[in-house]
Design a protein around this ligand. Structure first.
Ligand SMILES: C[S@@+](CC[C@H](N)C(=O)[O-])C[C@H]1O[C@@H](n2cnc3c(N)ncnc32)[C@H](O)[C@@H]1O
Length: 198
């Protein structure tokens, strides 16, 4: 999965360049591959903390990062975790900010952990109506279930709500839409789903 999501990481990492600062956060870091990649990118005096709510994911990430001194992991809910105020100079997430039960609370909490002028750069699925893949997934599922299903997890639709809230704040937003043709992973899933629907 990590390998297949490398193309998403590449977009994410292209967006942040080589970040300046001493402390960085990876939200919903999962098995830690982006945390480790960021750890290798930043200066040797800088460190990266990955936070994830899943114990197996964090254990796996800790194992993978053994021997890497500037990376550590926190097992907790990023929505409610009591971060040290203004601790981080930037935060990233690869598909890890779509599952908050209360995105406003979660992003406010993350905001409190960031220094003034820091970045928050994340990748997430496009909203359902813009996501051709989501539509294909739902149609493929419908063929078997014969009744409409909801995609589990709040997904990007909730993020849209968050976007409108963030738009009213002092946060500077820059959204980029990456189309499926940029991703081998998505192309593979797409052709599989099209075969199922044929
Ligand atoms: C789609 S996975 C992405 C994992 C990782 N960022 C990657 O790209 O491989 C989403 C991750 O978000 C984590 N997650 C979901 N809700 C969370 C929360 N409230 N706080 C922290 N992590 C959360 C999940 O445990 C999962 O590891």
């Amino acid at each position: 999965m990590d390998e297949k999501l490398e193309c998403v990481s590449d977009i994410l990492f292209r967006s942040i360049g080589t970040p300046e600062g001493l402390r960085f956060l990876d939200i919903g870091c999962g098995a830690g591959s982006t945390t480790i990649r960021l750890g290798k990118l930043v200066s040797s005096t800088a460190s990266v903390t990955g936070i994830d709510i899943s114990e197996p994911m964090v254990s796996f990430a800790r194992g993978k990062a053994k021997g890497i001194d500037n990376v550590d992991f926190v097992l907790d809910n990023a929505q409610t975790y009591e971060f040290q105020p203004s601790k981080f100079d930037g935060a990233i997430s690869r598909m890890g900010v779509m599952f908050f039960t209360n995105p406003i609370q979660a992003f406010s909490n993350i905001h409190s952990a960031l220094n003034k002028g820091s970045f928050l750069t994340f990748a997430c699925w496009a909203p359902t109506e813009e996501g051709e893949l989501t539509d294909l997934l739902l149609r493929a599922a419908l063929k078997h279930t014969r009744k409409p299903i909801m995609i589990p997890g709040p997904g990007a639709d909730r993020l849209l709500m968050t976007r409108s809230t963030l738009n009213q704040s002092s946060v500077i937003l820059d959204f980029q839409t990456c189309r499926s043709k940029h991703s081998r992973f998505i192309s593979e899933q797409e052709s599989l789903l099209r075969k199922m629907l044929a």
